[in-house]
Design a protein around this ligand. Structure first.
Ligand SMILES: NC(=O)c1ccc[n+]([C@@H]2O[C@H](COP(=O)([O-])OP(=O)(O)OC[C@H]3O[C@@H](n4cnc5c(N)ncnc54)[C@H](O)[C@@H]3O)[C@@H](O)[C@H]2O)c1
Ligand SMILES: O=P(O)(O)OC[C@@H](O)[C@@H](O)[C@H](O)[C@H](O)CO
Length: 491
């Protein structure tokens, strides 16, 4: 027998762990923007663990907020389910665990009622505003770090003739109300994959606030905390068959289930203006400085994903685990990580980076979670400049070539041409696709055309230590193909 997921149904569910705590007493102390797959597999899971472990933690429930039109689908899934959803963890050798997560106690779709979102944000009980709005969501130039004040949504929010529609507009208006009402500032906690994600959140929110009101910006600068964090759990987009699998295994009918790998890590800087949940009691590493951890993760795992995905796609793979099991790709990953990425990391006392790399290769090869190459290949212009180019730049600063990272940039260029080695079209999903695809094509006759864009690549096109291996790999990809290019590169 199957049961539709909602608060009343919890007592009838026997096929999965369900929240044993009293959700009616849990109030939102955290407002989260960007309730996607990852937030639900990671932060919401940690808060669920905390609520289960500590009855006094009931002030740290989550209110999820969606701002984009596409988030109406999350509203339609979560609101009828009272915020409940299933999280399924899949181990590489077949073991599967499903649990119902109860920490999201409210979901608001901002376009339906922006004022309700503003009042939730302004409420004294709201002490943390957290974000997983993707790397692109911070609206800054990767090469200069400048906030993009020309973004039409930002322009509209600053103009102020309609209710705010961006995270920047909503959060800043709420901070203005708190200041006016004498309510202390909440903490803005970024959980996106950006190096110094707290610093980035701080500089972008302050940049927006300065454009709106200098005094308010000064108040935010003095009162709002922006902790940095390293977050990790590979969480694919929900595959269409997951809902049926969950029904078959647990009897639970869930409109939008989540699947993830069992591994999870969260390293969080202890810098909060109005207190924080006792996350260290449920496995979060709360530290003074997350920099070494985030560099390790972004430059090995996330940059490693980029090393895998374009070559993997061109070789014909569509799943990450299949590409990660290819000998050439595995060697590329191992060598990029150990010979290039690892050389740019900071000291990590007590962490065995080689063991970490071995774990990454195993995690990438987990067939059970069926992570897709398409997920890793999207939004490259938001990802490569934040994870891979800093490795190249750091090594250039000490006169070192990064032959493998340069080849990865070449593989992105070849992919961005929009046609694979069999002449089939590639769906290049990127906010800059309309500029990138023509530039990638043009680089057949004007070889540096793709990397000449200073906005994305800075001055890399003028660095011979970069252009030589880049052009050589690109030429080889075009004339000999991905397999021969990898074989020669790795020989
Ligand atoms: N999926 C993972 O494995 C993983 C792991 C670690 C960290 N992350 C971080 O989480 C982010 C989201 O990943 P996901 O898997 O949940 O993706 P997702 O596509 O499932 O969800 C993304 C969410 O962000 C929102 N969003 C996107 N752009 C926005 C913007 N400009 N303003 C406001 N909201 C915006 C979307 O509406 C959606 O709610 C990643 O970009 C990354 O920084 C993801
Ligand atoms: O989600 P993104 O855009 O930050 O990047 C794609 C993947 O590299 C990323 O989601 C990883 O799976 C994740 O960072 C693992 O913790």
């Amino acid at each position: 027998m199957s049961t539709s997921l909602n608060a009343d149904a919890l007592t009838r569910i026997s096929g999965a762990d369900v929240p044993a705590y009293d959700r009616t007493t849990v109030v939102p102390g955290i407002v989260h923007f960007g309730v996607g797959a990852f937030h639900r597999a990671h932060q919401a899971m940690y808060l669920d663990r905390l609520l289960a472990a500590d009855p006094a933690a009931g002030e740290w429930g989550i209110c999820g907020v969606g701002v984009r039109p596409a988030d109406a689908a999350m509203r339609d899934a979560l609101v009828p389910q009272d915020g409940l959803f299933t999280l399924t963890l899949k181990h590489p050798h077949g073991e599967v665990e499903t649990s119902v997560i109860g920490s999201i106690v409210e979901y608001l779709f901002a376009p339906d009622d922006p004022e309700k979102v503003l009042e939730r944000l302004s409420a004294p009980a709201t002490r943390i505003v957290s974000l997983t709005v993707t790397e692109g969501g911070y609206n800054f130039s990767p090469s200069t770090g400048e906030f993009d004040a020309g973004n039409p949504d930002i322009v509209a929010d600053l103009e102020g003739s309609a209710p705010p529609r961006t995270v920047f507009g909503l959060v800043t208006e709420a901070l203005a109300r708190r200041r006016e009402r004498g309510v202390p500032s909440f903490t803005v906690m970024s959980c996106d994959n950006i190096q110094g994600n707290g610093h980035t959140a701080r500089s972008t929110f302050l940049a927006y606030a300065r454009l709106r009101d200098q005094d308010l910006a000064d108040w935010i600068e003095s009162n709002t905390r922006f902790p940095n964090s390293m977050v990790d759990r590979i969480t694919p987009a929900t595959p269409p068959e997951l809902a049926d699998e969950v029904v078959t295994r647990t009897g639970i009918v869930d409109a939008w289930p989540v699947v993830a790998e069992p591994f999870t890590q969260w390293v969080l800087e202890d810098d909060f203006s109005m207190g924080r949940p006792a996350l260290e009691t449920v496995g979060v590493q709360v530290v003074d400085d997350v920099t070494p951890y985030e560099l390790m993760k972004l430059r090995l795992l996330n940059a490693g994903h980029q090393a895998l995905c374009y070559f993997g796609y061109l070789l014909g793979y569509r799943y990450v685990h299949d590409a990660a099991s290819d000998d050439d790709i595995r060697t590329l990953l191992l060598r990029y990580m150990t010979e290039e990425g690892k050389t740019t990391l900071q000291e990590l006392p007590g962490v065995d980076v080689d063991a970490y790399i071995d774990t990454l290769l195993e995690r990438f090869a987990n067939p059970a979670i069926a992570d897709t190459i398409a997920r890793l290949c999207q939004d490259s212009s938001d990802r490569i400049p934040k994870w891979l180019l800093p490795v190249i730049a750091d090594r250039l600063a000490t006169g070192q070539r990064s032959e493998l990272a340069a080849a990865v940039v070449a593989s992105w260029t070849r992919y961005a041409e929009g046609t694979d080695e069999q002449g089939e079209p590639i769906d290049v999903v990127d906010p800059l696709a309309s500029e990138l695809v023509p530039r990638a094509k043009r680089s057949r006759t004007d070889p540096l055309a793709f990397v000449a864009d200073r906005e994305l690549f800075g001055t890399l096109a003028e660095e011979e230590l970069f252009t030589t291996p880049y052009l050589s790999a690109l030429e080889s990809l075009r004339t000999k193909g991905a397999r021969a290019t990898l074989t020669e590169l790795l020989s």
